[in-house]
Design a protein around this ligand. Structure first.
Ligand SMILES: Cc1cc2nc3c(=O)[nH]c(=O)nc-3n(C[C@H](O)[C@H](O)[C@H](O)COP(=O)(O)O)c2cc1C
Length: 452
């Protein structure tokens, strides 16, 4: 059975020792982030900050490590990619929630809207202010009406105004650009506190024509139940903890940033559009959610890695069926460093696959292709392949003037460049055998156990 809402997942986390309540006062400014960083460094649990100076509890770090991500998917390391891949192949459409939706137990509009009453942390000392980092934005393509869901950060400017940042290659950014071009308002809703499959569905790379509610339904194995917003026609998950409804104002640009981001660096401040909040609705006894982002590995990286790997693998396999696996590493922000395992079928195919990966919406800087005998999740093995299966003059190439990953701190403005490394054995040529002692795994050697 899928988790119906955030609360169902929190009970599983609690039962598994993966969620701990903090009942003493913890400050939203910096101390929440310190607690999260400390728990993460100790491979500790997610944290529920009950006394944070507001009337709402704040839970954070719920996808803070791979173990909790696997609990969310109800999968193991062995089954995870297959689980996601099959779900993407079996989309399930949303249904309308019947009855009064829990996410609108409490409705605040007009003068009652006050973002400062929410437990929004300030994470890093140079951040421009408090940030909503665990928000899922619902927006629609102004031309087609196709809904998109994605994680986007929001800076709290004042009680009714948020700062907006979306990379131009992400769908919320594309929807904003279209709305400006067509001179129509863009409505949005920030959804906070949902069942885990909806959270991970945001990160599935499924193309601009996909309706993300179908992707989320596929991952859940059951339809998402939606309800209409109170100040727009957008539909949002009925069992969410909070919904913040807004209209984008691209004329009223305000300084947004800096924010310590997933690259491990602060992104500089700059003028960005604002979101004018039209309503805040929430459940009875609602739980707010926070999320630490910054130098890898943070919850941001954990959220992206499984859906990114599964969906980019599927995209590449349509053209290159002998690609067996892909690693999009946390150290590369789950974006700029990609390792592919593949058995090339003809000379030059590895290079074609590298170019296809470079053309994906990841905008990577490094793409390495290795033979399938290399464990692509162990950097030591990948480095071994790059050391002894590469002739640098022949197998390494640079593609110049590629589109940059928007928050990469070291690029040539909007442009970047990308390195491809074909670390597969030369196609169709003799190559030395790997010298490895055979059958050592099954060799009987009780003496070493006794010596421990
Ligand atoms: C926690 C988190 C926060 C994110 N914040 C932003 C953001 O502020 N702006 C942005 O463009 N992308 C952000 N991303 C990346 C996008 O959510 C992600 O690439 C997503 O796949 C975009 O999907 P879409 O293009 O279908 O909306 C964030 C990702 C995560 C996991």
């Amino acid at each position: 059975m899928p988790y119906t809402d955030l609360r169902a997942f929190l009970s599983t986390l609690r039962q598994s020792g993966e969620l701990v309540d903090l009942i003493r006062p913890i400050a939203l400014q910096y101390d929440v982030a310190k607690a999260l960083a400390k728990s993460s460094a100790a491979d500790g649990p997610a944290l529920m900050f009950k006394d944070n100076g507001t009337k709402f509890p704040l839970v954070a770090g719920i996808y803070g490590n791979r173990r909790r991500a696997l609990l969310a998917f109800e999968a193991t390391e062995e089954t995870i990619h297959d689980r996601v891949s099959k779900a993407i192949d079996a989309p399930i459409g949303p249904i309308d929630f019947s009855g009064p939706p829990p996410c609108q137990d409490v409705v605040m509009t007009g003068d009652d809207v006050d973002l400062t009453k929410l437990p929004v942390p300030t994470y890093s000392p140079k951040d421009g202010g408090p940030y909503i980092t665990a928000g899922i934005v619902v927006s629609e393509d102004p031309d087609t009406g196709i809904p998109d869901i994605g994680n986007y950060r929001f800076q709290l400017h004042d009680s009714r105004v948020l700062g907006v940042f979306s990379a131009p290659n992400h769908r919320f950014g594309k929807n904003m650009a279209k709305a400006i071009q067509r001179k129509v308002p863009l409505h949005g809703a920030i959804v906070i506190g949902v069942d885990p499959m909806m959270a991970f569905a945001c990160q599935v790379q499924s193309g601009d024509a996909s309706n993300d509610w179908f992707v989320a339904g596929g991952l859940r194995g059951e339809p998402v139940e939606l309800t209409k917003c109170v100040t727009s026609d957008l539909k949002v998950p009925a069992r969410a903890e909070f919904i913040i409804e807004f209209v984008v104002d691209s004329e009223d640009q305000r300084e947004e940033g800096p924010l310590g981001e997933y690259t491990g660096y602060y992104t500089p401040a700059g003028p960005k559009p604002t979101a004018k909040v039209t309503a805040i609705t929430h459940r009875q006894d609602a739980i707010f959610q926070g999320l630490l982002t910054g130098k890898p590995i943070t919850e941001n990286h954990v959220l992206k890695q499984i859906p990114f790997e599964a969906s980019i693998l599927r995209q590449l396999q349509t053209q290159f069926p002998t690609i067996s696996d892909i690693a999009i590493t946390s150290s590369g922000g789950v974006q700029v460093y990609v390792v592919i395992a593949m058995t090339p079928r003809y000379e030059g195919e590895a290079r074609q696959a590298i170019l296809a990966a470079m053309a994906s919406n990841l905008h990577p800087k490094w793409v390495v292709v290795v033979d399938p005998d290399i464990d692509i999740r162990r950097s030591q093995e990948v480095e071994w392949a790059m050391s002894f299966r590469v002739k640098p003059r022949e197998d390494v190439f640079v593609v110049d003037r590629t589109a940059a990953a928007p928050l990469d701190p070291y690029t040539d403005g909007g442009y970047s460049s990308a390195v491809g490394i074909d670390a597969t054995r030369p196609f169709g040529a003799e190559f030395p055998d790997v010298s490895e002692v055979p059958d050592w795994r099954s060799f009987d050697l009780p003496e070493i156990e006794r010596s421990r």
